[in-house]
Design a protein around this ligand. Structure first.
Ligand code: PBG
Length: 332
C-alpha cells in the first residue's frame, strides 16, 4: 500500500507583486493630492518669504505672497490650506486673534480673492496671539476653560466673516466645539463646518511648529489641556464628545504616533477623519534625508499612505506640495 504524503499547499502572494502594473491593480490605499491639506504660516508685511530653520522648505509668508502660493497649489492639485498666523503684537487675551485686520483675516481675503475655489481652513487657538503662549486665558496661573470659550467663538466668527471655508479649533478647551457652533450659527455662518482637533496629544512633536509660529508657552506646558499620549480610550471619548457638540470632521494628532486611534475612530464613527502629520514628523524626515540616511520620497509616500491606510480621509502635511509633485511624475 502506497504511503500518502501530504504536502501543505501554500499561497503565492508574489504572483500579484511581479510587475508595477499588477501591483497598482490591487493596491488598496491611494495617496492623491486631493486628500492633502497644506499648512501655511502667515506674517504681516510685504514681500516676506522667510524659511523656518527647523522646517526646511516651509516659509513664513506675507499676504501679498499668497496669490502665487494659491496658483502653485492649484497647479499641483492641492485643494485646501490650513492657516496659522503670527501676529504683530501679543497680549494677555490674544486680541489680534479676533481682529478683522488680524493677520489670518488678511490672509483669508488674499487667498480667496486669488482663488475662490481654494478651501481655506483656519486654525482657531489663542497660543500664537497671547503673550504667555497658552491656548487660553490665564487666571491665577492656570488656563481658564470657560473664560476662553467666548474668545475662541469670536475668533472663529471673525475667520468666517473674512471668508474662511472651515474653522479648526486646536486649543483643547472643553466645550469649544459647542460654543463655536452656536456662535457661527447665530452670526449667519451655519454653512461653515468645524474640523475639530479632537484627539490632540501634549506632544514633543510640535517643537518645530512652535518655533515657526512663535507660540511656545512662556511658563509651564500644555499638559493640563492637551491629552496624555498614553490614553487611547480617552481619545475616543474626546472624539465622541466633539461629534456630539457638532464637529463635522474630527482630527487625530500627531498622526504617526496615533495610528491606532485613527483606526479605532474609523471603526467607531461615521464622520470624516483628518490626521495631522505634524512639524516634528516632517523635521525628522527632512533631517535624516539631509544626512543621506533615508530616501525622502519613498519614506514620505510610505508614511502618508500608512496614515491613509489607518483610516484617515484627510491628511494635513507639510510634505503636501512635494508629494503632489512627486506623484505627478511617478510613484516613488
Ligand atoms: C496650536 C497648534 C499647534 C499645532 C497646531 N495647532 C501647536 C501646539 O499645540 O503647541 C502643531 C502643529 C505641528 O506641530 O505641525 N495650538
Amino acid at each position: 500500500m502506497a504511503v500518502q504524503t501530504t504536502v501543505k499547499a501554500f499561497r503565492r502572494f508574489r504572483r500579484l507583486r511581479r510587475t508595477e502594473g499588477l501591483r497598482s491593480l490591487v493596491r488598496e490605499t491611494e495617496l492623491t493630492p486631493s486628500h492633502l491639506v497644506y499648512p501655511l504660516f502667515v506674517v504681516h508685511g510685504t514681500g516676506v518669504k522667510q524659511e523656518i530653520p527647523s522646517m526646511p522648505g516651509q516659509f513664513r509668508l506675507s499676504p501679498d505672497m499668497l496669490p502665487e502660493e494659491a496658483r502653485e497649489l492649484r497647479s499641483l492639485g492641492i485643494g485646501a490650506v490650513l492657516l496659522f498666523g503670527i501676529p504683530a503684537r501679543k497680549d494677555e487675551e490674544g486680541g489680534e486673534a479676533y481682529d478683522p485686520q488680524g493677520i489670518v483675516q488678511r490672509a483669508i481675503r488674499a487667498l480667496k480673492s486669488a482663488d475662490p475655489e481654494l478651501v481655506v481652513i483656519t486654525d482657531v487657538c489663542l497660543c500664537e496671539y497671547t503673550s504667555h503662549g497658552h491656548c487660553g486665558i490665564v487666571v491665577g496661573g492656570e488656563v481658564d476653560n470657560d473664560r476662553t470659550l467666548p474668545l475662541l467663538a469670536r475668533m472663529a466668527v471673525s475667520h468666517a466673516a473674512a471668508g474662511a471655508d472651515m474653522v479648526a479649533p486646536s486649543d483643547m478647551m472643553d466645550g469649544r466645539v459647542k460654543a463655536i457652533r452656536q456662535a457661527l450659527d447665530e452670526e449667519g455662518f451655519s454653512h461653515v463646518p468645524i474640523m475639530a482637533y479632537s484627539a490632540k496629544a501634549a506632544s514633543a512633536f510640535y517643537g518645530p511648529f512652535r518655533e515657526a509660529a512663535e507660540s511656545a508657552p512662556q511658563f509651564g506646558d500644555r499638559r493640563s489641556y492637551q491629552m496624555d499620549p498614553a490614553n487611547a480610550r480617552e481619545a475616543l471619548r474626546e472624539i465622541e464628545a466633539d461629534i456630539e457638540e457638532g464637529a463635522d470632521i474630527v482630527m487625530v494628532k500627531p498622526a504617526l504616533s496615533n495610528l491606532d486611534i485613527i483606526a479605532l475612530a474609523r471603526q467607531l464613527f461615521g464622520v470624516p477623519i483628518a490626521a495631522y502629520n505634524v512639524s516634528g514628523e516632517y523635521a525628522m524626515v527632512k533631517a535624516a534625508a539631509r544626512l543621506g540616511w533615508l530616501d525622502e520620497q519613498r519614506i514620505t509616500w510610505e508614511i502618508l499612505t500608512a496614515i491613509r491606510r489607518a483610516g484617515a480621509d484627510i491628511v494635513i502635511t507639510y510634505h503636501a506640495k512635494e508629494v503632489a509633485a512627486w506623484l505627478a511624475e511617478r510613484r516613488p
